[in-house]
Design a binder for this molecule. Structure first.
Ligand code: DCP
Ligand code: CA
Length: 367
């Protein structure tokens, strides 16, 4: 009989906020809230993530900063702006450690990855549990970070397991335990089942994974369509045969900001470009990438999105060139659209290639 697959899902705990704790030890022990400031007023913007002390009082990703401030008003809380380049460099190092400890590796986001360890562990889940706890130890020793790991016979079960105990969790689900592990969970633990699907399922009496597993295939296909219906049914039985595979790098890189006020004043808009460009250029440099196409994303006061782009003769990573190209595009756009007032402005680079290389970028670049 073939050995079972051994798959892990590793998820770094409260990632941006934890990196901030490691970076500034004096914030440890306080609620830490990492924010995306829109720049409109001192406190406008949203919470990116928060540590568990802040989550205890109800602070969540996506919440307005003003609301989060109210929730910790009687505590000594720390509010910090996102420092993406810091998180990216920590993430790169952690991903490398994870990659080294796997047969096959797939990064899914800045703080999550799947590892296939079937060969390394010879399909043995005891050995997998040891490997997972070694990985947690290495990440803690090298970077000072905790993570939560789920181990299972496939990606689906591994992902659900990593979410089962957080933070600093380790949940191992052997093939013979899959059904008992997932049956009692609420259906929204299955990746892809969000609020809308969950509500729809509730209406037809499905609350737990077990309820879902007991459904008639035909009925699920009628309600959710062929593809989703089949996916839901397989998932409810803990079945998944998606391989762990290295992802292709994203083909584009973008950054967008909200203007301090809605405007079509060219000088005001151009004044904001250098900070977008320098951020983008830092990312290009770090990844040793160059771009052959510069684009602008312009969102007007009615929230309509306009894009313009131009191809460059030679791929570039130069701030100067990106700046000049974006200025031209914005100027041209404003001339073409005399009534449009802008709210947000962004730059998008596409046709990315490793410097000195034609293509084939075997590395995933998040965001
Ligand atoms: N993030 C964000 N806005 C969101 C969700 C996430 O900016 N709405 C960022 C901040 C997170 C990072 O992405 O640190 C990873 O997202 P996760 O959903 O994994 O959340 P955390 O790592 O913060 O928390 P957890 O401990 O629950 O994994
Ligand atoms: Ca996380």
């Amino acid at each position: 009989m073939a050995l079972p697959r051994v798959i892990m899902h590793v998820d770094l705990d409260y990632f941006f906020a934890q990196v901030e704790e490691v970076n500034n030890p004096n914030v440890k022990g306080k609620p830490v809230i990492v924010c995306v400031y829109s720049g409109r007023t001192a406190d406008s913007g949203a919470v990116s993530t928060a540590n568990y002390l802040a989550r205890e009082v109800g602070i969540r990703s996506g919440m307005p900063i003003i609301l989060a401030k109210r929730m910790v008003k009687d505590r000594e809380a720390v509010f910090l702006p996102v420092n993406h380049s810091l998180y990216k460099s920590v993430s790169d190092r952690v991903m490398e450690l994870l990659r080294e400890n796997s047969d096959r590796f797939e990064q899914v986001s800045i703080d999550e990855a799947y590892l296939d360890a079937s060969v390394k562990t010879r399909g043995d889940f005891k050995s997998a549990a040891r490997l997972a706890s070694d990985i947690k130890k290495i990440v803690r020793e090298k970077e000072g970070l905790t993570c939560s790991i789920g181990v299972g016979p496939n990606k689906l079960v591994a992902k659900i397991a990593s979410d089962f105990k957080k933070p600093d969790g380790l949940t191992v689900v052997r093939p013979d335990e899959v059904t008992t592990f997932i049956a009692p969970l609420p259906v929204d633990r299955i990746p892809g089942i969000g609020k809308k699907t969950e509500t729809k399922m509730k209406e037809i009496g499905i609350r737990t994974v077990e309820d879902l597993a007991g459904q008639d295939h035909e009925r699920l296909r009628e309600t959710f369509g062929e593809k989703l219906g089949t996916y839901f049914l397989n998932s409810s039985r803990g079945m998944d045969d998606e391989p762990v595979q290295e992802r292709e790098m994203a083909e584009q890189l973008s950054r967008i900001i909200t203007l301090k006020q809605n405007t079509r004043d060219l000088a005001l808009i151009l004044g904001e470009l250098p900070r977008i460009v320098s951020d983008i250029e830092a990312r290009l440099q770090r990844e040793e990438l160059a771009s052959a196409s510069v684009g602008v994303i312009l969102i007007d006061e009615k929230l309509e999105v306009h894009t313009r782009s131009k191809k460059l003769d030679n791929p570039t990573a130069s701030q100067e060139e990106i700046l000049v190209a974006s200025k031209d595009l914005i100027e041209k756009f404003l001339n073409e659209e005399p009534d449009t007032i802008l709210r947000r402005v962004g730059i998008k680079l596409s046709d990315l290639a490793r410097k000195g290389e034609q293509k084939s970028l075997g590395e995933f670049l998040s965001h």
